[in-house]
Design a protein around this ligand. Structure first.
Ligand code: ADP
Ligand code: ZN
Length: 731
């Protein structure tokens, strides 16, 4: 029997947000005065520090009771529910992530430790004190030890062993922040009874299907429909359904810039805006969202992938919009794919999942084929809008100087749009001015000193930027290698260079550029998008940012500058990505009454991927892709894990990799194979050398246990780092 309440003095196990040494992260404590619930958020002492934790169960009982310390206080937050604890445990086991790191994902709410009842709270601010004293250092020491948590004046002064005036002095300088204690209020209620749009027959069928599925506990539905077919309208009805049942809904979007348009649509449908959760919200909003989700004061959340770790009180629906989008895969820290985690979370909450996309991932397509997901389709665009006509431009037949990228055929099509007052979009999936900066005198290419990557010229910034680590420096005038003057040349196109070309080719047109790095804030980007949608530009030049769901009603022509980009390389997902991206960008054309045209510039019009793109024959494309992956034994038809070992020097990383590769008994026992070590796809990032091993196994193999045993053979120390990436994005 699992107890759900502990009385004062009971021995309890608390999962901490930080693992100490070899400890698993769950330590024994005594329940505080007044007792505590299973799942309660608590502060506990650990050595001289205080730490955030969650009551995880009864204590293990190995330690001498007399030595146990008591919980300091129970925090003002709803206890973590069983479904959430199970989710963290299962997700941690799947990604081979220790529980404390999983708990950190679930506690990213500033002021979570705000003392109940306080009027003012104190936390670390900015900068350093004007004068360094022992007392001041003590206060900052406490705050630093204690991460994001906040204290009352009295608590902070006591813990630092100083008088409150020291804290006040630091607060006056901004080094410590003094804030009003948050008073979190529920979000305005959403009303699912308000009438929605009148649905088409196709849309009604889809809604009816989702309605039936919602009544049956956990299920996953792949909602596939061409851009503009009304997928959003359909899943908003599933949200309405969920709200009517009194449960909470979560909608994940791949791009923050898209949330604004979406929030407006939700408000139009339900009469109020939902809660938001992504990197663009303030700390206060963040805390409010976290808290209200737990208390039921937020019916619906729109968020980035990390919203999956919010403490929903009763989660009934998760929508993953643009489910194929690669940004759902977390690239740093805990490596998880939000789409897969959404399915796991829902299965533990008896909730429904809707995966929406015009170009689903092969994974989801295969899951639907295998009967694990239901698949429903919206086949036509809403209203008068028709799918754009797709045509390839064979670049081998176009006459074009080597530093120009808009073919005469594409140029003529843009001119025709300009005459009719319609918009054109030119798409290139490359930020900056040019991907290569080459010295014409000595042939030297400028590379990032810390990464195995070229520096990319950004002419608007007059700088060279590394897209791996963000390192940037002023554009040099002489070659750093041979010191020749004025011989550095830009090679290849980027979005900035294409803009330059468009301005020269179409001098009468208003040209706007959309690239994620050109806008300081999400707000500036949103303004720009709205201006374009309202007709504020004749030609839009964009990177993959434009592929994602913006509605530009006046847009009738899409020109894909280089469809071959991304087709090359050894990555088995390259074809899938190119297919999705180009189809998606092309789908931007002709959303309103005017028919659209998509022109795809390519040097290999006969390439099967390009042919599938032009023909729009997705089923055939997927079948061919599926066959290739099946033959190679890779996801979704086999299991794969990437092990990245990094270090300041290449040798120790290789040595550890080689030692692992030699001692692979644990893997062989389950029939798994290891490949490598080899330099990782990007062999150096931020000055660290990276070595990769790939582990391959059959689909049915429970790989994680074997991986853990295998990796556990050798200590990872002395500046080495090892990260496990289950289901890596590139292979
Ligand atoms: P998708 O998500 O598949 O790209 P949307 O849901 O955004 O498609 O629909 C495309 C456009 O058509 C939107 O402007 C939407 O409001 C409109 N639309 C779709 N279905 C309907 C409907 N049944 N009634 C009115 N407008 C609709
Ligand atoms: Zn770099």
């Amino acid at each position: 029997m699992c107890r759900s309440y502990f009385d004062e003095g009971d021995r309890i196990g608390v999962l901490l947000t930080q693992a100490m040494g070899d400890l698993a992260g769950v330590l024994d404590y005594l329940a505080p005065a007044g007792g505590c619930h299973l799942g309660a958020f608590v502060e506990v002492p650990l050595g001289p520090r205080r730490m955030l934790g969650v009551v995880w169960g009864a204590g293990a009982g190995e330690f001498d009771r007399a030595k146990l310390r008591a919980v300091i206080r129970v925090l003002d937050a709803a206890p973590m529910r069983e479904g959430m604890r199970a989710f963290l445990t299962r997700a941690g086991a799947y990604t081979l992530t220790p529980l404390p790191a999983m708990l950190r994902l679930a506690t990213r709410a500033p002021g979570l430790g705000a003392p109940p009842g306080a009027r003012k709270i104190y936390r670390r601010g900015e900068g350093l004190p004007d004068r360094d004293t022992k007392a001041r250092r003590a206060v900052l020491g406490v705050l630093e030890d204690y991460g994001g948590l906040a204290f009352t004046l009295k608590e902070l002064a006591e813990m630092a062993g100083v008088s409150p005036s020291v804290v006040k002095g630091l607060a006056a300088q901004g080094v410590v922040r003094e804030e009003e204690a948050p008073r979190d209020t529920p979000y305005l209620p959403l009303d699912p009874a308000r009438p929605g749009k009148t649905l088409t027959t196709d849309q009604m069928t889809a809604v009816a299907h989702l309605h039936t599925a919602a009544g049956q506990g956990y299920s996953t539905t792949l909602l596939r429909g061409v851009t503009g077919s009304g997928k959003t309208e359909v899943y908003l009805e599933a949200v309405a359904d969920c709200l009517r049942r009194g449960r909470q809904a979560l909608v994940l979007l791949p791009e923050i810039a898209l949330t604004q348009e979406f929030l407006t649509r939700v408000e139009a449908r339900f009469g109020a805006k939902p809660a938001e959760w992504h990197s663009g919200i303030t700390q206060t909003e963040r805390r409010r969202c976290w808290k209200m989700v737990g208390e039921g004061g937020a019916q619906m959340v729109v968020g980035a992938r990390s919203a999956l770790f919010l403490p929903f009180r009763d989660l009934g629906l998760i929508v993953v919009d643009e489910e194929h989008d690669t940004s759902y895969k977390q690239g740093d820290g805990v490596l998880y794919n939000a789409r897969d985690m959404a399915v796991l979370r829902a299965s533990l909450e008896d909730a429904q999942v809707v995966l929406a996309s015009a170009t689903p991932s092969l994974e989801s397509w295969a899951n639907a084929q295998a009967g694990k997901y239901t698949r429903i389709e919206l086949t036509s665009r809403f209203g008068a809008a028709v799918l754009p006509e797709m045509r390839a431009i064979d670049m081998r037949a176009e006459s074009l100087p080597s530093d120009r990228w808009v073919s005469p055929t594409l140029q003529a099509a843009v001119n025709a749009r300009l005459e009719r007052g319609e918009q054109s979009l030119l798409f290139i999936n490359r930020r900056g001015y040019a991907p290569i900066t080459l010295c014409r005198a000595c042939g030297h290419q400028i590379e990032c000193p810390q990464c195995d990557a070229r520096m990319v010229e950004h002419r608007f910034l007059k700088r060279l930027v590394c897209h791996q680590c963000g390192e940037s420096r002023p554009m040099p005038e002489i070659c750093p290698s041979c010191e020749a003057e004025g011989r550095l040349a830009a090679v290849g196109p980027g979005v900035e260079r294409l803009t330059e070309e468009a301005v020269a080719l179409f001098p009468q047109a208003r040209v706007a550029t959309l690239s994620s790095d050109m806008y300081g804030s999400a707000r500036a980007l949103k303004t720009q998008i709205e201006e374009i949608a309202g007709g504020g530009a004749d030609i839009v030049i964009g990177t993959q940012l434009v592929a994602k769901g913006h509605n530009f009603p006046l847009l009738t022509l899409v020109g894909v500058i280089d469809a071959d980009l991304g087709l090359h390389g050894s990555d088995l997902r390259a074809a899938e990505r190119t297919f999705q991206l180009v189809r998606q960008v092309a789908g931007r054309a002709g959303r309103a009454e005017k028919p659209g045209l998509a022109l795809i510039q390519t040097h290999q019009p006969e390439h099967p991927v390009i042919r599938a793109i032009i023909a729009g024959d997705e089923e055939r494309f997927w079948q061919a892709e599926a066959e290739e992956r099946r033959a190679a034994g890779v996801p979704p038809y086999g299991r794969l894990a990437g092990i990245i070992i990094s270090a300041e020097e290449a040798q120790p990383a290789f040595d550890l990799g080689a030692a692992l590769a030699r001692n692979d008994a644990a893997l062989r026992r389950v029939g798994a194979q290891v490949f490598g070590p080899a330099p990782a796809p990007i062999a150096r990032v931020r000055g660290r050398h990276r070595v990769r091993l790939l582990v391959k196994a059959d689909k049915g193999v429970a790989l994680q246990g074997a991986l853990a045993e295998w990796i556990g053979q050798f200590p990872v120390r002395g500046g080495l780092r090892l990260a496990v990436d289950i289901d890596p994005q590139s292979f």
